[in-house]
Design a protein around this ligand. Sequence first.
Ligand SMILES: [Zn+2]
Ligand SMILES: [Zn+2]
Length: 1001
Amino acid sequence: MIDFLLAISILASARHPHLYSTTADVARARFNAQKYEWAKAYFTAAQVEADKWAAMNDAQLRALIPPAGSIYAYGLSGCPICGANWPVWGANGIADISKPGLVICPKCRHVFPDAEHPDPGTGWHNPENGRDYYFIGVYNAHVAQMVTLHALRDLSTCYAITGDRKYSRAAASLFDQLADVYPTSIVGAFDYPNGDHNTGRLERPQYQVARVLVLLADDLDLLYDSPDFSAPSASGKGSVREYVEQNIIADGGKYCYDFVNTGKMALTNGQADYVRGALAAGIILDKKEWIDCALTGPYRLESFIDNCLDRDGQYYETSVGYSDHCLSLYTDMAEMLYNLRTPEHPNGINYYEHPKLQKALFKAGIDINCMGHTPRFGDWGPDTAAVTSDKHFSLCPYVFSEMLEARAADKAGRVKWAAARSYICDGEVEARRSDKALGDFRHWFFWHADKIEEHSGPMPKFDPQPILGGRGVAVLRSGEGSKGKAALLRYGPSLNHSHFDDLNLNFFDLGRELTYDLGYALGSAHVQVGWSKTTASHNLVVVNEKNQLTEPGSGGSAYFYVEKGPVRAVEASSEASYVSEGVKTYRRTLALIDAGKGSYLVDIFRVAGGNQHDLMWHFGGTLAGINGADMGNVEPGSLAGPDIEWGTKVIAGGDLAGCADKGTYWAAPPGNGYGFLYNVRRSTSISPECTATWKVDDKQDTASLHMLPEPGAQIITAKAPGIELSLPKPEYAIVRRKGHNLKSAFVSVVEASENGGAVRSVKRMECDADEAVGVEIETMDGTDYVLSSTKAEPVVFKTASGEAIRFNGLFGFLRERDEKIERGVLTGGTELSMASYKLTSDKAQYMAKVMAVDLKQAQLTLDKELPTDFMGQIVYINRGDYSHNSPYYIKSVNGKNLALAEDLVLSRGQIGTEKPVSADTIMNIVPLPRARIVSWKPSGYFRGKLIVNNRTGASSSIIDVNDDYLSIRVHNPGAFKPGDGFTIYDVQVGDEVKIPVSVSD
Ligand SMILES: [Zn+2]
Ligand SMILES: [Zn+2]
């Protein structure tokens, strides 16, 4: 009998916590707090804060919570007096609980509200500039964050570890009072861009509600069994626990669950947030349908993994910031599901064993890293930092390696992930656990990280993969760490959170991102919509002064990648991005070439179609001057004309002065960003080689750009704003060509150096073919020749000294030193010769047809045999009606059998019960994120691809995805019945494979 009672009591106490942490995790955290410095530091900091709250009485704690009916705000309008931009939500000392209801400008130190700027709680409207200022709203947001992100976290942690009721007593007061206002504080932040239509809870708009709800659910879970939560609520509505469950967990959970089912957010990061909010509330409240939305519905975690991560583990939203963020949402769900105990899943579900998620959590972060920088493309803050460390360390892969190690199903898995962790920490795992940069992840470490099992044996190596075919990214790299160089070319598709910047370049050298992508702050701000997101703000060619991606379609193909020191080169195109301008060629060839102590980058940008081509270049720092061009006086206005000048009008929050009436998401006319380019100067005369130099810092660091403008071209320089007042203002150098149905092949050479680089001069070579481009580069130790042609046809180039170079290939490189050819590289061709030097290849490329596909094993059977030495090389797979080709790494070759290194699944979905909208349509209910480009038009990405019924094995090919990004037109709709799951594959019988041959000596 006693045993039975004991068992019951153990079961009862084992019930909570069980959401993110279990009773075993509590025991581990207690041990960690005793044993390890990193855990001790985390706990001590929490205790210092928790003790402050615990010293306050019930009335004092309750008085902190803004009364019902209060509004909350970001503070996006900044300071009404000095115009300073304010950090959001009253951060950085703008608001403080010692001064209730007041905010202080961090710049001019003025305190608001005051007599001139009164705020009755609903904000102050400035009639002069039309802007609204929510001083009290900002203060309230600060308090809400202090309570939900800090006080309750620290109190619940300290209660769980010490069992001291002073912590649960204080937490109960705060939680009980918060529950009073939570379900009626439904606007979210008052100044969030969606204006009148916005919803949320407290200061959080929309899916951000989930970000706080999951924390509150975790806190309640840790405090659940405290007698202070069984005590009556001051509201008179049951116990504190019941009141919090009802008014916060159930209310927030329903908010999230209802949003999930609208399907409006498709499979974006916002939807992942809603799903995890519903899941957390569902687990706390034992609500099966809320739990099931993460397990069985169309928006289940599996759907996210299948459709949002590609074969390389890269995430689809076109910004690495969003990739990292969304992976943290997936692991957040994975954590909850690991601990899940339901009749259907008595032992939980371990998503950390999912191969694609594993790839995304670790290798994908290494593959995208550019010399210690997580590269900026699309919506993410700009990267103006200089890296000085040569370590492998990268935050997200590190944190995720800890999770993978902790959650590995067996010993082998733990050993594998411990080795990966050791690599990313350069062997210093213990030290990394104390890293302040871990931020909120430290909470996970505290509960879940165990003793570090040191990795013995040789350190594994994780070399970054240069071509990421799913994401459409190629990275050329030379060297490592802070002294390394990297050039990233993104050829699309440009999906959610992208900028209009197919074929943009990010270039890293001298420890920095020299190309300074302007990035992202507030998505609705005038400077974001009208400038930073436009094609013109980037380093690429703008056609007809128009943005890319105004018509359906985006993304293109890669043609070759070659890496044969001292050269790495790649070529890709994305004609789809300028369909609107009738562009037939939009193609970029990059070669990163080591010379002297550094490397230089050769860029050949081909464009055919349109009547004006503007090659845009900008780097961080200041444009110190241009050699080879005489520049005229500064023109009034902007590059859009003398009457428009937006570039100098950016104010706090990224809006434009005097444009409050334009509202949010407004693109200032003419809408293409040209109105932001001010201080315009145009060349009055130019020579065949013009060199612009940017001073990158206050030392000797420079970025030099050699431009080779053709006759009739013009060079334009201009200044532009960054996306926040505090950010550097980029300076542009633009090569402009005009003409009817224009054809351009712009040549540029970029070199960064600490005190003078290796490049002496750059010349365009004469040649006898239209498509071919040859560049002769004099360096401090010889002459390099870079040759490029889009067709492998015989071409003769003439060097500056009158010698002939015969070339038949896609890419060629020669290095001449002391009148001898020291190095030759030939890709996709048969001949490269100069004087007595000759480099040849029997074959330009191997081509074959796919006769059979093993879809599960990613093995192709071809119609002819391939040589065996292609292992590790790239095969390019295509077919007439596809929107793009697909590069795959070759795992092995055996006669006609070609095994690929990545899996072939593009997407997975399920047929719903709705009536088909047309006879050839199947009614898929799982959103297809790659079907929609950033401008919310169809991508054409799935056109022609193979779709297979998972139940019957029957297949069809896709005509296209409809513009609901769900339903799919197929050639054989009868093969799919309601309820059937299906898989879309990237490769099928009849596809063509190409492998360009590279030779060198
Ligand atoms: Zn101020
Ligand atoms: Zn950008």
